[in-house]
Ligand binder design. Structure first.
Ligand code: NDP
Ligand code: GDR
Length: 324
């Protein structure tokens, strides 16, 4: 009988960490997670989503804690999802973002190299479409040049290059998923999709009057997080490690998102309900992203199943249910 496979997930308390822990638990994996702080309030949430998960206290800036988690869990697969992930915040906290989102990934790579010199462990790095920043070509593919526009994007580009380097220099099975925006009812409330859908739910129930946003013209390739964690897993099941763009291939503006969200609760003209606050504009913006996931489709057999017109109602409905 084959031995039960095991995985260690950093960032297990985040949106993707929860979906991935759920996915891997469902596949029969022994799931381990690195969790920050001595009493992280999200511990119970992780345990309810992925029963049997084993949590190890640690921090991506603390090399020893990563080495310890690796030693105790001895995983077949490591998914590095932990990061300071909010782009707007990264401008206010550039050094910390660099330490967690950039150097943190290197800490994990180096800890794996020391723990497993025989390259048995397979590694996944959560790279991002934010690395494309001021886009040099449309749609963006695995070979599109990076031009990050934030401390977050720059830190992710560093982590991405280090992942490629550990693959090429040491023969590590290290893959990067260059994921475009993906959303869900588990998305953090600071991100625009969840901010909008939660506000629309509250406005529709008479609990809030208006919504304040920043740049309404930004365009994003928005997919569903449940689909995207499936792609992460598929990458680590390949014989050869590689980098993959994961995207829907469709782009929409924040305005279009507002049309769909307010439209779902019967509000056609949302303009009187939405204010723009210049304080929410970013020092440098990523204006337009759209990904070409051909490589993922051909090599992994992966395709986005839930597109924005179905995703937005799902998020609004979920926010309404939470308020009930
Ligand atoms: P979230 O912001 O929801 O989760 C981030 C996770 O990182 C949380 O578990 C958080 O823990 C953890 N974390 C933060 N700081 C540290 C630290 N110092 N040490 C250890 N863990 C830490 O992000 P998502 O789930 O949305 O994204 C997962 C990954 O994918 C991130 O790396 C993100 O940058 C990347 N990504 C996300 C995309 C998206 O659209 N969602 C697209 C492309 C890439 P805590 O709960 O304790 O704060
Ligand atoms: P993003 O996501 O920066 O693309 O990074 P976010 O939802 O924060 O912003 C998307 C776009 O919406 C515009 N916007 C606003 N954004 C927020 N958060 N709040 C607002 O009020 C608002 N108004 C307009 C932004 O300017 C931006 O153009 C996400 C994160 O998950 C990253 O970790 C990940 O790498 C990328 O997606 C791909």
């Amino acid at each position: 009988m084959s031995q039960r496979r095991s995985a260690l997930i950093t960032g297990i308390t985040g949106q993707d960490g929860l979906y991935l822990a759920e996915l891997l638990t469902g596949k029969g994996y022994e799931v381990h997670g690195l969790i920050r702080g001595q009493n992280n309030p999200k511990r119970a949430l992780v345990e309810s989503v992925a029963p049997g998960v084993v949590l190890h206290e640690g921090d991506l800036t603390d090399f020893a804690s990563i080495a310890r988690a690796l030693k105790v869990s001895d995983p077949d697969e490591v998914y590095n999802l932990g990061a300071v992930s909010f782009v707007a915040h990264s401008f206010r906290s550039a050094l910390h973002t660099s330490a967690v989102t950039g150097q943190g990934a290197l800490n994990v790579l180096e800890a794996i190299r020391l723990h497993d010199p025989d390259n048995r462990v397979r590694f996944y790095q959560a790279s991002s479409s934010e690395m494309f920043g001021k886009v040099q070509e449309t749609p963006q593919t695995e070979t599109t040049r990076f031009y990050p526009r934030s401390p977050y994007g720059a830190a992710k580009a560093f982590a991405h290059h280090m992942t490629v380097n550990y693959r090429e220099a040491y023969g590590m099975h290290a893959s990067s998923g260059i994921l475009f925006n993906h959303e869900s009812p588990r998305r953090g409330p600071e991100f625009v999709t969840r901010k909008i859908t939660q506000a629309v739910a509250r406005i529709s129930l008479g609990l809030q009057d208006t919504l304040t946003l920043g740049n309404l013209d930004a365009a994003r390739d928005w997919g569903y997080a449940g689909d995207y964690v499936e792609a992460m897993w598929l990458m680590l099941q390949q014989d050869v490690a590689d980098d993959y763009v994961i995207a829907t291939g469709e782009t929409h503006t924040v305005r279009e998102f507002l049309d769909l969200a307010f439209g779902h609760v019967g509000v056609r003209d949302w303009k009187p309900l939405v204010q723009v606050d210049p304080a929410l504009l970013r020092p440098a913006e990523v204006h337009h992203l759209v990904g070409d996931a051909t490589r993922a489709r051909e090599a992994l057999g992966w395709k986005a199943t839930l597109l924005l017109p179905d995703l937005v109602p799902l998020m609004v409905e979920s926010a309404i249910v939470e308020l009930a």
